[in-house]
Design a protein around this ligand. Structure first.
Ligand SMILES: Nc1ncnc2c1ncn2[C@@H]1O[C@H](COP(=O)(O)OP(=O)(O)OP(=O)(O)O)[C@@H](O)[C@H]1O
Ligand SMILES: [Mg+2]
Length: 599
């Protein structure tokens, strides 16, 4: 359960031009909704501007009440301001409503598209991609990261624009009102901006680390719930508890540092912001005292200064949120820009094939990408003619399942060639290629739905009759029929509500339904009792008729009748021949095995 060495090649995050360009990539998903977004942004800007009229109007009202109107030509009475305020409030409300709806469209629809696109890319990655990450890390790309983006499009970007509009228009108004006083106020600016930048990058780094820790804590939970029988059987609840608690501790540690920096940031902002505001206030009061400014104008000035101050403070935290979203976007774009599995395009008519099923391996060497110093296959060669049944026998860990993985093109050989029907496997369209195979794997994991759905996985548009027929042929129909809900029986998470043998028969039914050109059976009858094995073997014999089959079995009785047996040892073929031939070879590995099993 060690953490794989992920992220070692990921650069530490900075808001660089390159990251920014990567993030901009996401905008293509918003493009279909760009008018929603643009109109929303316009509404937001207008409503912010209307809002900015409020302090000016309030100040002028005070001036009117004080019998010193700034604009006497308008001839406004105090009560007229009630209408102005009402108009401001109504426009504000209406525009916010519209903007919220428009942004929701962009963020919900756009992000659903991003989610689909990320999922599309992820499930089309090659095998080693999935070995590299733990489940929780992959899912958090689809959940936590995309939620951040969603927040960015529904709230953060809009808020950011609003604060900018408020800031710019506020400063413009103030400069118009009183250039001298504004200058004093603006001098506190650069300090705040620099601080915001410094803190922002630190906070962003911590936020990213925190996200990673949360993902790895979630992985523990995922794993425990997936393997809860093992946890319980070993009474290792305490162990998992400790593991989880430790992981939570790390989150707390990072979060506290995160909070520490946020707090410090807040202190600095408050000191400089309020310090600035108070300073400006006193200067203003002095101006009024000297009769150089009207009371109403000071009133407006104070409110504007307050609004601008809170806009700056808001920008600080919005900046960290946006930086967080940029971080999430980076990770998402990285996935979106990944190559998918070799030539993963749906096959065109010419590329579709139905194999006759002749297989030839020539001196195939293979090393798992995640375990580079251990060669698993050391020059495997064998041949299967169309319609033949062959078996792979050999010790655990000798490389039998690996041979099947390579046949399915989960991995590519390091050297050597695999030919199917005389053509290099690499030259077929991958999807078309795999459509010719069905595998009953060593460890059958079912999908959480019904038995029917699980069988139909072999042929998604199968009719109910076809499904029942396949179940009958797999000798699964009797037990399915004995369940009160029959085919509709829910198999539980990953099939846990079925016995191992029942799961295997569902997998066989699935393979039967697919009607593949090449059938791969990896210990397909290993979890069956002798009687069930006999019936299932019958089913398999039927299934293997007229198609190329490769069978892995530890129990030699199941492979007695195949055309040829290849004995694999440490990644090499050490013997081959029929059961008869191999059993008679004195001193042979198979011979020794057969003596053990048949007595
Ligand atoms: N995904 C993987 N990454 C790295 N090494 C692997 C991977 N899968 C298998 N191996 C290693 O490759 C070797 C061959 O494994 P393989 O599963 O092919 O054995 P096998 O012959 O099918 O054994 P068994 O009879 O127990 O099923 C083993 O040493 C195993 O540890
Ligand atoms: Mg195996």
């Amino acid at each position: 359960m060690a953490r794989p060495g992920k992220k070692s090649n990921e650069p530490t995050p900075k808001l660089s031009w390159k990251d920014f360009k990567k993030s901009v990539y996401i905008f293509r998903f918003v493009k279909p909704y760009k008018w929603h977004f643009i109109i929303g942004m316009i509404l937001l800007s207008v409503s912010s501007l209307v809002f900015m009229a409020f302090p000016g109007a309030a100040g002028e009202m005070a001036n009117v009440a004080n019998k010193q109107p700034k604009y006497p030509q308008l001839n406004l009475k105090v009560l007229d301001f009630a209408w102005i305020f009402a108009a401001i409030v109504i426009i504000q409300g209406l525009f916010s409503y519209l903007k919220t709806i428009l942004f929701a469209r962009v963020s919900e629809k756009g992000m659903a598209d991003v989610r689909s696109a990320v999922f599309h890319k992820m499930i089309r990655q090659e095998m080693s991609y999935f070995e590299q990450f733990r489940v929780g890390e992959l899912t958090s790309r689809l959940t936590a990261d995309i939620e951040k983006l969603q927040a960015a499009f529904s709230v953060t970007l809009g808020e950011f624009l609003r604060q900018i509009v408020i800031l710019v228009s506020g400063i413009a108004i103030l400069v118009y009102f009183d250039p001298k006083l504004s200058l004093i106020m603006l001098m506190t600016f650069p300090i705040i901006v620099v601080l915001a930048m410094v803190f922002g990058s630190k906070i962003r780094k911590l936020s990213r680390k925190r996200q990673e820790k949360i993902a790895s804590a979630n992985t523990i939970v995922d794993e425990v719930f997936q393997a809860f029988t093992t946890v319980k059987a070993y009474a290792n609840e305490w162990y998992e508890e400790t593991r989880y608690a430790k992981s939570l501790q790390e989150i707390v540690k990072i979060s506290l540092r995160f909070a520490h920096f946020k707090g410090l940031f807040f202190i600095f902002m408050t000191v400089f912001l309020f310090g600035g505001i108070f300073f400006v206030l006193i200067q203003g009061a002095l101006l009024v005292d000297r009769g150089e400014m009207q009371v109403g104008d000071l009133f407006s000035f104070i409110i504007y200064t307050g609004i601008i101050g809170s806009a700056i403070a808001g920008l600080g935290s919005l900046y960290t949120e946006i930086a967080g979203a940029v971080g999430a976007t980076e990770r998402i774009s990285e996935i979106l820009q990944r190559e998918t599995e070799i030539a993963d395009t749906p096959p065109n008519e010419a590329e579709k094939v139905r194999f006759s099923g002749a297989i030839e391996w020539q001196n195939v060497h293979f090393t798992y990408p995640k375990r580079p110093d251990m060669e698993v296959l050391k020059g495997i060669s064998f041949q299967v003619r169309s319609g033949e049944k062959i078996a792979l026998a050999g010790q655990s860990g000798s490389g039998k399942s690996t041979i099947m993985s390579l046949l399915l093109r989960f991995y590519e050989p390091d050297s050597g060639n695999i030919y199917i029907d005389g053509k290099d496997a690499k030259e077929y369209n991958l999807t078309a290629y795999r459509q010719n195979f069905a595998i009953v794997p060593q460890d059958v994991v079912l999908f959480g739905g019904s038995i029917q759905e699980n069988i139909a996985y072999g042929l998604p548009d199968a009719t109910k009759e076809q499904i029942i027929e396949a179940a009958k042929q797999a000798n699964a129909w009797d037990f399915i029929n004995s369940f009160p809900e029959g085919l509709e029986t829910i198999v539980g998470d990953r099939g846990t509500r079925l016995s191992g043998g029942q799961r295997q028969r569902i997998a066989i039914a699935r393979a039967i339904l697919k009607d593949p050109a090449i059938l791969l059976l990896d210990e397909a009858t290993s979890s069956l009792d002798a009687e069930s094995e006999r019936v299932v073997q019958e089913a398999l014999d039927r299934l293997m008729e007229n198609r190329t089959s490769i069978i892995i079995a530890h129990r030699l009785a199941t492979i007695k009748n195949v055309d040829r047996i290849y004995v694999i040892d440490s990644g090499e073929v050490i013997e081959s021949g029929t059961h008869q031939e191999l059993s008679q070879k004195e001193g042979g590995t198979y011979n020794a095995l057969a003596k053990l099993q048949f007595g």
